[in-house]
Design a protein around this ligand. Structure first.
Ligand code: HEC
Length: 177
């Protein structure tokens, strides 16, 4: 059964090599054949990943995941933010503004922090959608922001940090529904 599969892969690889007119080379160089086989074997995985990449624009999953998100993980992720942000009530602004009661706070409104023009003028509150979008890709969400952070690409990571940010309040905002 295993050999049947393996020979199938090799056959497909040989076919691929033939199509690209390299069959002679391949016959002499088994390493090339092996790498062709790997390519063939990996092709379905790459195809499967493609739609996920397209739907990466849809990041709303993180909000759904918040109900079951892991606070411990959020605390861990927040350590990366802590290089630039303080979290405690009355904490001082660092490279970035203090994030106590950030959820539903008006964007760019923390006293004493000198925001970029784009954030200061962006408008609206840091509701769940805004935080989710910004933290997924700060510069994508807000071109020109001076927050130099690549963003949290995984829904589960954003769900965890959002749950943590929610906890930074005397009366935490309701979870998204
Ligand atoms: C390298 C420094 C740096 C890191 C790391 C960083 N930030 Fe920031 N952050 C900033 C700066 C600077 C701003 C202000 C951006 C501006 O004015 O355009 C900001 C702004 C913000 C704002 C908007 C605050 C407001 O008052 O409007 C939020 C929310 C935020 N950061 C969350 C986070 C979270 C959560 C993390 C970790 C996942 C993080 N940041 C990591 C530097 C950083």
């Amino acid at each position: 059964m295993e050999w049947y599969k393996v020979s199938g892969v090799i056959l497909a690889a040989a076919l691929l090599a033939m199509l690209s007119g390299k069959v002679a080379d391949v016959l002499i160089q088994p390493t090339e054949l092996a790498s062709a086989a790997i390519e063939v074997a990996e092709a379905p995985a790459a195809e499967a990943a493609a739609p996920a990449k397209k739907s990466a624009v849809d990041i709303s999953g993180a909000l759904t995941l918040m109900a079951s998100a892991d606070m411990g993980k959020g605390v861990k992720i927040a350590k990366k933010c802590a290089a630039c942000h303080s979290f405690e009530k009355g904490g001082k602004n660092k490279v970035g503004p203090n994030l106590w009661e950030i959820v539903d706070r008006a964007k760019g409104s923390h006293e004493g922090f000198s925001y970029s023009k784009v954030l200061a003028g962006f408008g609206g509150d840091w509701d769940w959608e805004a935080l989710n979008g910004f933290l997924a890709n700060p510069k994508g969400y807000m071109k020109g922001t001076k927050m130099v952070y690549a963003g949290l690409k995984k829904d589960t990571d954003r769900a965890a940090i959002l749950v943590y940010l929610r906890s930074l309040s005397d009366s935490p905002v309701a979870l998204p529904n």
